[in-house]
Design a protein. Structure first.
Length: 370
């Protein structure tokens, strides 16, 4: 069978790679063509476009790059028609993928979606378009199935693929890791400022203000695979800051606490059982627009899944030196830290256990037989 997969961003590349591995296992004749990144490329198939070429963040940035975006959409449609796949699998990245899905359904292609657009966060009216354009939807958050049921749309809850990714990775020898990266003996506070240049620029400078406030800890920046090391060097002026590129999971496995930009990283940090403070700051205009269309009580996946404030969220003006210092102090020792560990275990149980990628591949392949 021929599979066309469209993923964007580092997280989509990760989940796409794991899905591709399972498709190749379960379909020995699989021919896969995809939009994704380096991880998907390592699995096999043919890479059409790297997500780094399409990394635009926020309403303002998207508007400024509309011409490029429409060019990518046009090219994607042409490439799909030329490949003529048996199924198109969309992974997250709703702004791009829902446009392609509408066109693809009209053209008669079979459409599957893995990792739902966050219609439960804003513009729930998009559910009607999803019902029209997506033949099968595979969701990874437990509350999403109930959400879609309200709209008379049956979806499959497959569990969260991060559980597999974390459980199946080799265990890190902390002594070797510290020696390799010259980290010394201090407890580590990981800094996860995001994956896009715009968000790293807004987040990292404030995060680094904590270095002098907590000299007894070693601060380590987790570099995103989408950015070169040279980009981060402009932010580092303190000798107590280390930089480790493209080894976020290894870093989290040995960290005492973390400051994390809102997104998938908040859930990854929780699954590694690392106490965290969630941070987010966007451009003024993007934030004003977001406030008016996003209907959620929380921005972190941890709190959304648990339906309560498990981790502290410092958003926009609350993301400042004073509040960040206060919240970081609260998770380094004491009751708040112990409460986080208990909540993290409950969170993992809610996510449905291992096997998300395998289940999704099986359902996609079975759907092609019907």
């Amino acid at each position: 069978m021929k599979y066309y997969i469209v993923a964007g961003e580092a997280s989509g590349d990760l989940h796409g790679a794991n899905l591709m591995k399972e498709i190749f296992k379960q379909d020995s004749d699989a021919d896969i063509r995809f939009w994704g990144g380096d991880l998907m490329k390592e699995v096999g198939g043919a890479l059409v476009s790297h997500y780094k070429e399409r990394a635009f963040m926020g309403f303002v940035e998207v508007i400024m790059n509309l011409r490029k975006i429409f060019g990518f959409i046009k090219f994607c449609k042409e490439d799909i028609e030329a490949f003529n796949p048996d199924v198109i699998v969309f992974i997250d990245n709703s702004g791009f993928n829902l446009r392609i899905a509408k066109w693809a359904k009209e053209k008669g292609f079979r459409t599957n979606y893995y990792i739902s657009p966050q219609v439960w966060a804003s513009r729930a009216s998009r559910v009607e378009a999803i019902k029209r354009d997506v033949d099968q939807m595979f969701v990874i958050l437990p509350f999403e199935k109930e959400f879609y049921n309200k709209y008379d749309y049956s979806v499959e809850f497959v569990g969260h693929p991060l559980i597999d990714g974390i459980a199946d990775r080799p265990q890190v020898d902390e002594r070797v890791f510290r020696k390799e990266h010259n980290l010394g003996d201090k407890e580590i506070i990981a800094l996860l400022p995001g994956s896009r240049k715009q968000e790293i620029t807004k987040m990292l400078s404030t995060m680094l203000l904590m270095v002098d406030k907590f000299p007894e800890y070693q601060f380590v920046i987790a570099g995103a695979p989408s950015q070169p090391e040279s980009f981060y060097k402009d932010f580092i002026s303190n000798k107590n800051v280390k930089f480790i590129n493209n080894k976020t999971y290894d870093l989290l496995s040995v960290s005492h606490a973390a400051l994390v930009t809102s997104g998938t990283a908040t859930l990854e940090t929780a699954l590694f059982k690392v106490p965290q403070v969630v941070c987010y700051k966007g451009s003024w205009l993007s934030y004003q627009i977001a406030k008016r269309i996003i209907t959620l009580k929380y921005i972190s996946l941890v709190n959304l899944i648990m339906d309560k404030e498990v981790v502290t969220e410092l958003i926009q003006n609350d993301f400042n030196k004073q509040k960040l210092e206060q919240e970081l102090q609260s998770i380094l020792t004491g009751q708040k830290r112990e409460e986080l560990f208990a909540d993290y275990f409950d969170l993992e149980n809610k996510l449905g256990g291992k096997g998300a990628s395998s289940k999704t591949a099986q359902l996609i392949i079975e759907g092609l037989k019907n």
